[in-house]
Design a binder for this molecule. Structure first.
Ligand code: ATP
Length: 322
C-alpha cells in the first residue's frame, strides 16, 4: 500500500471535509495508510502530521470548514521554503500527497511534483475560479447561502421600493454573482467578465419603476469594486441612495449542499485512484459532468478559469430581467 498525505490549503470552503473523508476512506479501503497534515503547507513544513483512521472522519460530511485547518505559507514559493516539507514527507515515509485548495495551492503541488513527490490537486474554493474544472467544491454551497440572503433582502426592497446593491464574493471571478443574480432574478448583475454602463443601469432602473417594478436588485461581484463605491457612482448618475449589503464571509460557511458533498466525494475518490495509477502533478475536475484529471501545469497555463460560461449566463439574465 501507499502512504498518502492529505492537506487543505488557501481559503476554506464547505465540502472540503467531505473530500478529506473520501480520500481517507478510499485509501484505507484499498489498503493504504493515510496521514492528515494540519494547517496546509505550513503544517507540512513544521511536521504537524498524524496518521488517520477510518473513524477520524466520522460525522464529517455535513460540516463546513476543514477539520485539517488551513493556512497561508508564502515561504512555499521558494525551494528553501519547500525543503523542510519534503524532509517531513521523507521522515514519515509519505510518498504521495493530496492537496485540496485553490490555484496557489496547485502551484505548490506542481512544485512538489517537480521535486519528486507524487501530488494530486482537488479544487476547493467558493470562488469557482480554479482551472481544470467547471465546478469547485464549495461554490454551490456559497451560491445557495448568498441566494437565501438575497431573497430576504428582496422582501425589504419590495416593501420600500428601493434599490439594493448586494456585494458577493468571487475574487476576480463573476461566477457567484452571475449564478446568484440569475437565481434571485436580479435586475442587474455586475461582473468582471462583462463591461457595465452606468447610464444604461440608471435607465433600466427608471424604466423598471415606470413599468411598476417595486424594487431593483443589483448583484455586484467583489472583483469589480466595493459595494459602497458602486453606490457612490450610482448616486452621481441618479439622485438616489441605493442600500448596500456586503454578504462577506457568511458565504464561506455552513453545511455543504448535496451537490458539493457528492462532488467532494467523487474528487477525493478519483484522487486516490490517480495515485494508484502513478499519476503525479495532476488535478481532478468536473468537465461536462464527468470527473477528469489534468496536468496541473497545463491547467494553470490554460489561462485559468474560462469566462465563456459567465458571459453566457450574464447575457441570458439581461434578456429575462427587465
Ligand atoms: P484560495 O482560492 O482560497 O485563495 P489558494 O490555494 O489559491 O486558495 P493561496 O493563498 O494563493 O490560496 O495559496 C495557498 C498556499 O499555496 C500559499 O500560502 C503557499 O503556501 C502556496 N503557494 C501559493 N503560490 C505558490 C507558488 N507559486 N509556488 C509554491 N507554492 C505556492
Amino acid at each position: 500500500g501507499k502512504r498518502i498525505g492529505v492537506l487543505t490549503s488557501g481559503g476554506d470552503a464547505p465540502g472540503m471535509n467531505a473530500a478529506i473523508r473520501a480520500v481517507v476512506r478510499k485509501a484505507i479501503h484499498d489498503g493504504d495508510e493515510v496521514f492528515g497534515i494540519r494547517y496546509g503547507y505550513r503544517g507540512l513544513a513544521e511536521g504537524d502530521i498524524f496518521q488517520m483512521e477510518e473513524r477520524d472522519v466520522s460525522d464529517l460530511t455535513a460540516r463546513g470548514g476543514t477539520m485539517l485547518y488551513t493556512a497561508r505559507y508564502p515561504e512555499f514559493k521558494d525551494a528553501e521554503g519547500r525543503q523542510p516539507a519534503i524532509d517531513q514527507l521523507k521522515k514519515h515515509g509519505i510518498d504521495s500527497l493530496v492537496v485540496i485548495g485553490g490555484d496557489g495551492s496547485y502551484r505548490g503541488a506542481a512544485a512538489l511534483a517537480a521535486e519528486g513527490i507524487q501530488t494530486v490537486g482537488i479544487p476547493g474554493t467558493i470562488d469557482n475560479d480554479i482551472p481544470g474544472t467547471e465546478y469547485t467544491i464549495g461554490f454551490d454551497t456559497a451560491c445557495n447561502t448568498a441566494l437565501e440572503a438575497i431573497d430576504k433582502i428582496r422582501d425589504t426592497a419590495t416593501s420600500h421600493l428601493r434599490t439594493f446593491i448586494i456585494e458577493v464574493m468571487g475574487r476576480n471571478a463573476g461566477d457567484i454573482a452571475v449564478w446568484t443574480g440569475i437565481g434571485s432574478g436580479a435586475e442587474q448583475i455586475i461582473i468582471p467578465e462583462a463591461d457595465f454602463n452606468m447610464d444604461e443601469i440608471v435607465a433600466n432602473i427608471e424604466n423598471g419603476r415606470k413599468r411598476g417594478k417595486k424594487h431593483s436588485i443589483i448583484v455586484l461581484a467583489e472583483g469589480v469594486m466595493e459595494g459602497h463605491e458602486f453606490a457612490d457612482k450610482l448616486y452621481e448618475y441618479d439622485d438616489y441612495h441605493a442600500r448596500v449589503t456586503v454578504l462577506g464571509h457568511v458565504q464561506r460557511g455552513g453545511a455543504p449542499t448535496a451537490r458539493d458533498r457528492v462532488l467532494a466525494a467523487l474528487f477525493g475518490y478519483k484522487a486516490v485512484e490517480l495515485i494508484h495509477e502513478g499519476a503525479a502533478g495532476v488535478c481532478v475536475g468536473m468537465m461536462g459532468e464527468k470527473i477528469v484529471a489534468t496536468d496541473i501545469n497545463e491547467a494553470l497555463e490554460s489561462k485559468g478559469h474560462s469566462h465563456d460560461n459567465q458571459v453566457k449566463l450574464y447575457n441570458i439574465n439581461t434578456e429575462i430581467s427587465f
